[in-house]
Design a protein. Sequence first.
Length: 366
Amino acid sequence: MNTPLSSVAREFSVADFDFQLPPELIAQHPAPERSASRLLDGTSAVAVDRIFRELPGLLDAGDLLVFNDTQVIKARLFGQKATGGQLEMLIERVLLPHEASDGSAHEVVAHLRVSKKPLKGGRLHMAGGLGRGGFDAVFLGRWPDEHGQLFRFRLLGPAGDTPYDLMARHGHVPLPPYIEHTDSADDERRYQTVFARVPGAVAAPTAALHFDDALLAALEARGVQRASVTLHVGAGTFAPMKVERIADHVMHHERYAIPAETLQAIADCRARGGRVVAVGTTTVRTLESWARSGETSGDTNIFITPGFDFHVVDRLVTNFHLPQSTLMMLVSAFAGFDHIRSLYAHAIEQRYRFFSYGDAMLLQRA
């Protein structure tokens, strides 16, 4: 589904969402403890500096926290062409059998970093190649059509191995481009939420990285309810916008699903007068996609910008986002453009840590 931009959104340009961030504020590693990161309370006109484990005290009994339970897959893989040239593959999604050309569960869609793109039917030898401890990837064409920017492959590994098996064995954690170190065992643990359940994301739902078991227990004791959705975050979340006018931007597609029990939890929350609190922008995009389409699963490329009419989410827990990004536009739509500018200025002045491994904000819908 694609939601049209409103007339209000058309008054903004991409440059309006720029800001100057000192490079040293880009977090390269997570906080020693998940819930020990900082939390900027932006629910009122005056910003308040807090610690993330204080979140239960900012919510009321009967509020509903909605998490994204997607699981980050080890989607970054290395290999070589038949000619010996080195390459890097980032698997964007594993195709479902009904989406695959042969009806199997062995086809994937991927980004490819290589000097020369392979010919259709050509094989890439990944992690050493089939028969040498790794697997092969057969190039089937571009995706979603012949003009697409992504590539479709059939993965050929040992009998019985799924693409998820091959990634688990040979892949690397797909850390964001602004994190400068290679992935480690610590990244494998910390670039993943404690409640990750459904494999498929190539980027973490980072606002949820701050929750640990002790914090979840404290929220339960407070009487805050929990529910989950699934949105498999794609690499497009990091893609720079290449247009000047917001109206000219085309959003990437991501797969989502909302279980029936979550829909019931939202209805129950409304009935008792509680607030729906989305953990992360991916949860916002999922819930608001459902509110507009009525579809509880599918693909969404919803683009949320100032002027957007929110139907489900009352509060938002979110990290700090890249300048000129679609996520900066989303939080500006949610909490107000001027308020977000003020909060970001405060965060920079107070030396908050930014982006995936950084600190968080709590926002109220404007």
